[in-house]
Write a protein that binds this ligand. Structure first.
Ligand code: NAD
Length: 504
């Protein structure tokens, strides 16, 4: 772990990264970046206005012909160097990510940063493996083949919960495939997206390939999505904002990739390893202080294990150490902001009217009172149709409900508009296989909950969106396929012409 740096000095020129340079915004409105563990402002910058978005899109457009024309090997080589630069700066990235998000430094050091370096290495390799169908004489008289092509300038919008990883997930497949990009991070967490783009420049990725605009969603975000030179929008965030983005994209017929909210079920069958399920539920619901779109939020536990599960989860939650994110022994940091903490607390207060708070349900006092902290919270006795079971809370809150038959468990797991992730806990092969088939979600874990890997796709079903991040599947979003067809007959009047003029 490095000693960190003074953010105001590091980003003194501004928080817009356009054409390989940091620049100030021109909106006339300022934004503070606040350390949620202390409430202290660590950076103040001028937000991007529409002119800044125009400048970033112009830079990306200018960079596109050379970047898309580079060989896969050339792009791959630069991405490998990019991974090495990121790795060398790992301590600074972990520091900045923990500072702006309040993440425990052990999480940013062991998960966010190495995950990003690994993703960069993966796409460095994948850049050389863009595939299409093999060429062939499908009609008999022609040779057909497919060209997989970059599409142009991509506009991406990211949320605040994993700012570095979200920047990486958006930027890497886009540029590996030969596109150029303008990314708008969440305005409260701009730091590591800017550092990511700076590291790309340091690695030799040409100016204008990766641009960052830090601005308000309604101003910079909407202008980016509706920009006539942006050919695709890739959005990660809430389902509500995703719908607005889709409206704008529909009006300009812009290609769209949406990674939206989640409300992941955690389904425990009565033959499960109880200890594993208890540990998995606490880790899966509290990671990143529960601000994770795939976090375990609804535990359904088959009746014979229900009481022991509730007792085990409550006991383990109570042992989780809240504290200073920079203390290596801290397990749980604050929420992203005081506003988000109050929003989570309000969900729990409303739930008290119809459910039981088993543990948690309060903000800690003492040394942590100034931060946006909230205790790990377990809730039981809530009805399936209640708010706490149905809404995305995005905090350290797990709801647990019992079920009797396997059919009922699967039905309850699927009883949500969302479909991002789910897990099933069982030692029975047939139950596990049934859960993977019948649960409608983009990822189903068996006997674990949360792990992701660069080689496998991440993306939602239902109201959790469409399209995939990570893995080679993401190239389906960031490329377009062209059918190329050569005539092989070399005759002027072809057989099919008789359907238009004359007979043979
Ligand atoms: P959010 O939807 O409020 O904001 C996301 C981004 O959209 C931000 O950059 C914001 O500035 C921008 N934005 C806001 N209004 C906009 C508008 N009108 N037009 C264009 N852009 C606009 O989400 P958040 O609160 O930052 O993040 C939490 C949400 O993100 C949760 O719902 C979570 O589930 C979701 N999320 C999903 C995934 C996934 O992979 N599916 C990953 C992480 C987070």
């Amino acid at each position: 772990m490095g000693n960190g740096f003074q953010v105001q000095d590091r980003f003194a020129e501004g928080a817009q990264y356009i054409g390989g340079r940091l620049l100030p915004g021109t909106s006339g409105h300022h934004q503070e970046v606040v350390d949620p563990a202390t409430g202290r402002t660590v950076y103040r910058y001028e937000l991007a206005g529409t002119d800044d978005v125009d400048a970033a899109v112009a830079a990306a457009r200018e960079a596109f012909p050379a970047w898309s024309g580079a060989t896969p090997g050339e792009r791959s080589g630069l991405l490998h160097r990019f991974a090495a630069v990121l790795d060398a700066q790992a301590a600074d990235f972990a520091y900045a990510e923990s500072l702006q998000c309040g993440k425990p430094v052990k999480l940013s050091t062991e998960f966010d940063v190495p995950g990003t370096v690994d993703n960069t290495s993966f796409f460095a390799g994948a850049a050389r493996n863009l595939e299409g169908k093999s060429a062939g004489e499908y009609s008999g008289d022609h040779t057909s083949y497919v060209r997989r092509e970059a599409i142009g300038v991509v506009g991406s919008i990211a949320p605040w919960n994993y700012p570095l990883q979200m920047a990486a997930w958006k930027i890497l497949p886009a540029v590996a495939a030969g596109n150029t990009i303008v990314l708008k991070p969440a305005e409260i967490t701009p730091l590591t997206s800017l550092m990511f783009a700076q590291a790309a420049t340091e690695a030799g990725i040409p100016d204008g390939v990766i641009n960052i605009v830090c601005g308000a969603g309604k101003v910079a975000g909407e202008h980016l999505v509706g920009h006539p030179d942006v050919v695709m929008t890739s959005f990660t965030g809430s389902t509500a904002v995703g719908k607005r983005v889709a409206e704008i994209a529909a009006s300009t017929v812009t290609r769209l990739h949406l990674e939206l909210g989640g409300k992941a079920p955690f389904l425990v069958f009565d033959d499960a390893d109880l200890d594993a399920a208890v540990n998995g539920a606490v880790a899966g619901s509290l990671i990143n202080t529960g601000q994770d779109c795939t976090a375990a939020t609804r535990a359904y536990v088959q009746r014979p294990l229900y009481d022991a599960f509730v007792a085990g989860v409550a006991e383990l939650m109570e042992s989780v150490r809240l504290g200073d994110p920079f203390d290596p022994s801290t397990d749980l940091g604050p929420l992203i902001s005081h506003a988000q903490r109050d929003r989570v607390a309000a969900f729990v207060e409303r739930a008290r009217a119809y459910a039981t708070v088993v543990t948690g349900g309060e903000a800690p006092g003492g040394d942590l009172a100034a931060g946006a902290y909230y205790r790990p919270t377990l809730i039981k006795d809530a009805a399936q149709d209640s708010e706490i079971v149905n809404s995305e809370i995005f905090g350290p809150v797990l709801v647990v409900l019992p079920f009797d038959t396997d059919d009922e468990g699967i039905r309850l797991a699927n009883d949500t508009p969302y479909g991002l992730a789910a897990s099933a806990w069982t030692r029975d092969l047939y139950r596990a296989n049934r859960a993977t088939r019948e649960i409608g979600a983009g990822c189903v874990w068996i006997n674990d909950h949360i792990p992701i890997i660069s080689e496998m796709p991440h993306g939602g079903y239902k109201a959790s969106g469409f399209g995939k991040d990570m893995s080679s599947y993401s190239f389906d979003e960031y490329t377009q396929v062209k059918h190329v067809m050569y005539d092989n007959s070399a005759v002027a009047r072809k057989d099919w012409h008789r359907t238009v003029f004359g007979d043979r």
